[in-house]
Design a protein around this ligand. Structure first.
Ligand SMILES: C[S@@+](CC[C@H](N)C(=O)[O-])C[C@H]1O[C@@H](n2cnc3c(N)ncnc32)[C@H](O)[C@@H]1O
Length: 211
């Protein structure tokens, strides 16, 4: 929406590091980051929705409003989201606190869509956010993150620590500025059947970082 540019710009002026962009994401990036999601994905956790550029696209893809939980730290954005998406659960909170709130019973979430400016955050904060989000993701679920950087916005040591792997989904060259989307998933656990490792023990595959 045209008005979103002004409200986004004003928010960026007051908290540039937290907002992380001077304008909302465009249609090409919204298309890309939601490309693998449909109504069948089930509950979706969106982090840093801002004015809702990705949220609108998720609804267009058939995601039910009641399957959407939006986590936003900017109070003006939060009020706007509550008005725009009355059927969704909109929470005013720091995404780094995900693990300390019980947002779901168990881990039913099919996908996390993140617009958070991860590159502006400390490693400690990024670990809290990813750890919290993955605690709600069901097996096989994916965390989608965009970046304006040239490589994966989650450094290799963080992926190793959390047992995750990252794969480039694609680049949205038409976005201003051009952006890329990465899919983060849990590394599969491999059973060791022979050798010196005790029977029944498991190990993780090496990091597969496509960055
Ligand atoms: C780069 S903007 C992306 C907004 C929107 N997803 C888009 O693509 O247009 C980052 C958003 O993350 C929010 N944000 C930043 N840090 C956050 C945090 N710790 N917890 C929740 N939201 C946060 C900002 O308020 C802002 O709305």
């Amino acid at each position: 929406m045209p008005n979103d540019f002004l409200s986004f710009f004003l928010s960026w002026m007051s908290s540039p590091r937290q907002v992380g962009a001077i304008a909302p994401s465009g249609a090409a990036l919204a298309d890309l980051i939601t490309r693998e999601i449909s109504a069948a994905t089930g509950p979706i956790l969106e982090l840093g929705p801002g004015t809702g550029a990705f949220t609108y696209k998720l609804l267009k893809r058939g995601v039910r409003p009641q399957d959407l939980t939006l986590i936003e730290y900017g109070s003006d954005f939060m009020k706007l989201l509550q008005m725009r998406f009355p059927g969704a659960r909109v929470l005013w909170m720091d995404a780094a606190q995900l693990a300390t709130h019980r947002l779901y019973d168990g881990a039913p979430v099919g996908a996390v869509v993140s617009g958070l400016p991860l590159l502006n955050m400390s490693t400690r904060k990024a670990v809290s956010i990813l750890g919290g989000a993955f605690s709600y993701l069901r097996p096989g679920g994916a965390f989608y993150q965009f970046t304006y950087g040239m490589s994966c916005p989650v450094p290799r040591p963080v992926l190793d620590r959390l047992g995750l792997r990252a794969k480039l989904v694609d680049r949205a060259l038409l976005n201003v500025p051009p952006a890329a989307v990465y899919r983060l998933t849990r590394r599969p656990q491999l059973k060791i059947v022979a050798g010196s490792v005790a029977p029944g023990s498991s190990t993780r595959v090496a990091a597969e970082v496509d960055c």
